[in-house]
Write a protein that binds this ligand. Sequence first.
Ligand code: ADP
Ligand code: MG
Length: 628
Amino acid sequence: MIELPTLPTIQGSDAVATPILGIDLGTTHTLVSVFDAGGARILQSPEGESLLPSVVSFPIDGAPVVGSAALQRARLDPLRTVHSAKRLIGKGVADLGRELATLPYSIVDAPNRSLAMIDLQDRLLSPTEVSGHILAEARRWAAIALKLPLGQVTRAVVTVPAYFDDSQRQATRDAAQLAGLEVVRMVNEPTAAALAYGLDKGDAEFVIVYDMGGGTFDVSLLQLKDGVSRVLATSGDTYLGGDDFDRAIMRHAAELIRERTGVDVWDDPAAKAALRMAAERTKIALSSAEEADLVYQDPGAGIALRETIDWRMFQSWIAPLVQRSLDCCMRVMQDAGIPPEKIDEVVLVGGSTRVPLVKAAVAQLFQRPAKDNINPDEVVALGAAVQAGVLGGKVRDILLLDVTPLSLGIETMGGAVSKLIDRNTAIPAQAQEGFTTYVDGQTAVDLHVVQGEREMAADCRSLGRFFLRGLPPQPAGLPQIAVRFTLDANGMLRVQAKDQKSGVAAHIDIQPKHGLTDEEVETMLKDAWQNAEVDMNARRVADIRAQLDNVVRAIEKQNKYIQHLTADQQERLQDALEEAAACGEINEADKLKGILDEVEESSFPLAEALMNFVAKEAIKDQKVSDLS
Ligand code: ADP
Ligand code: MG
């Protein structure tokens, strides 16, 4: 008889692949997205907002408040309302220059560690914790929008600025963990923008990503080649963005208020927060109109201002700021040694690129219109969703491979891997193997497809899982389930499972190379070699355990025949079963094998008794049927 490896049992009837979110954790705004049947799309809050203000307010007596609600609280409680945490994340006080002077709260180093903390007077707050609250809110939005329980929304691609160092990236990862999210991939913001535009698939090689957000300006020069995006150089100004445009309008308003009422709003944090919001509204209106009203009132202080601002005034205030951004663009090209005429595409990112002067200035510098047809404050989040789609196998990689870099296989009972296609197999390739069930009456099997050289599935890379459902109930080990791997010339893997008897079938399509850099492949290989011995043992242990489990179950089912055994035989079997039940701690394959052998041997008389009984019954049945 052919021995078929057994497949794990199904976990729960409605276990489904969990989605991978795309998250743009911005200094000013955070967006969350997903890649599904319709492509990449932004997920909205239950109230219909797409932009989650990256602001968290910490009331002295109550739970933290996130987003627009926190923004509202900025006026009431400016000292306990934290914005721009991204400026502080993963940095020590010593790394913070101008930040210190511009923030309303004081910053101290964490005890024993050089990581900046915000002093809320009653406690120290880490920027990681602030970002954690923002990510948790984004996750909540996503769960509601996707109609999934929060427990199924646990993975995300998170974007970070290209210049973020290890410490800033790690702190961002930690923040995600606080929010219950595993970061499956971190993507540089400019790369995400290029992905959203699908530039990785076109002819463009040198791409400028011009990102002017709320508080920061970043410009990156990317080289897209062979489906790989490289950041050649970055430049920018951590204090240049839409906030400066707002401030220009605020300064004008504050001057008018001082002239007319003698009140200095600049010194009052609450008044300043309110004036800031009014100025931002005016600025946004000026992106689509030639003039807009600036409205600000504070009845308590006897202030009521309504002033028309026209775009020429506004442009003259912001022109020097825009020029500064152009200087950074020149620098980035100089650093990379790529002249402007070699730039193939310019992509606009960030809400502030909606300002007509910004757009015009960039177009003039590069002598071409910049790409702006994707909403500039959504483009990074959409790119994150595209990357999530790639990781989830929903987007085809453009890379063509000629051999599989890593082995492909399926998880079997006990967590071991059964390899179907070995690494370095030329593609296209096909392989098939038979499997069976582990539990009596099992109607579904969980097929977990993995990639890697390690012996245990948990140490390999999970490529996806699917279920073969609707199997007719049969005793364990009887069904013959054919699992076929088909790897096409594009590196796309199709895994099909079919129950030979009933014809019930299911399949999954996977892009195995997705998201793996050559370096990652190398690391996985090295890992496998270094762990080969440990793995072999783990694998044997898992296999023996699974067999032992099977035998013990079978014996338990035949319990009622034990009475036909002699006292000696019964005692020996009982001892063996007790030893098997207590083997949980044993991790030596040879010892386990000894126990398994003893259980099998001592159960032999039981099998004999059973066979005798079955034979007798068969004769009885025959007689009954002969009579009828
Ligand atoms: P970040 O990446 O820093 O979180 P965003 O890309 O969300 O920032 O950009 C936020 C900035 O964009 C804010 O200063 C906001 O006022 C500005 N902004 C948004 N829409 C417009 C518009 N229509 N015109 C001008 N500025 C805008
Ligand atoms: Mg941004």
